[in-house]
Write a protein that binds this ligand. Structure first.
Ligand SMILES: [Zn+2]
Length: 248
């Protein structure tokens, strides 16, 4: 189905992306080339579908591809397996949820979301929030990275905050993340005002996805607050392009 190499991204387009995205601009040449190849593959394999009146030109599509591939720089193209569509809303979107409880009663509610990743279904993003992340690249938010972290997490069939990793590493990861997550939840429950988004306390998988955002946008803060988690994420994602230490 995906026979042949993906069409390459032109130098002009790629330098425009590097101008626009500090995460791309600050990568060393080697990793920047790797991201370029991954982004070309992304555009080749995924259909990007703007909805609700949104229009996305080629540059916008490339922006999305580059951001979604950032977490795959070290992990590789396996991170693109298992799904085929990126749906992009102009802004935060409402989804209708339903759940039948143990007593057989159906509960329904609406959620407002800026991104969503189904286990083997589409990845969904709000374009306005992607642009807000780009406008403030060191604010601790990157919705494309968040949703891609869920995709990587789900590759082994369970969305639990632990991606598929070599066995020894996975064991250390599960231990360190669980301990950090439990301590984080205790601090949030204790009413402490933390510099990391308390949404991370929702569930282990959200903890992983939210910390992934900090890895790419506020790595020094993550290292300070959650050093064990930060170290695992450096191993998974490589040094953050936003890390001051990498700019010397
Ligand atoms: Zn999430």
């Amino acid at each position: 189905m995906f026979a042949g190499a993906p069409p390459p991204i032109s130098d002009t387009d790629w330098s425009a992306i590097a101008d626009r995205l500090p995460w791309v601009r600050r990568l060393d040449a080697d990793r920047r080339d790797r991201l370029r190849a991954l982004a070309a593959l992304f555009l080749h394999r995924k259909s990007i579908t703007p909805v609700a009146g949104l229009q996305l030109d080629a540059r916008a599509r490339l922006t999305l591809a580059a951001l979604c591939c950032l977490p795959l720089l070290e992990f590789g193209e396996e991170g693109l397996h298992g799904w085929s569509q990126l749906i992009v809303y102009p802004d935060a979107f409402r989804v209708n949820r339903s759940h039948v409880d143990a007593a057989g009663v159906m509960h329904e509610w609406d959620d407002e979301l800026i991104g969503e990743a189904w286990e083997s279904g589409p990845l969904v993003l709000s374009w306005a929030d992607v642009e807000a992340d780009i406008a403030e690249p060191d604010a601790g938010f990157c919705v494309a990275v968040h949703e891609m972290a869920h995709k990587i997490d789900a590759l082994d069939g369970v969305l639990d905050g632990t991606p598929p990793l070599p066995r020894d590493w996975q064991r250390a990861w599960a231990r360190d993340f669980q301990r950090s997550f439990d301590a984080f939840v205790a601090r949030v429950d204790g009413g402490e005002d933390l510099p990391i988004d308390p949404y991370a306390a929702e569930a282990p998988e959200e903890f992983f996805a939210v910390c992934s955002e900090y890895h790419f946008s506020a790595p020094a803060l993550l290292r300070e607050v959650l050093p064990d988690v930060a170290a695992h994420l450096v191993r998974l994602y490589g040094t953050s392009p936003m890390d001051a230490a990498s700019q010397v």
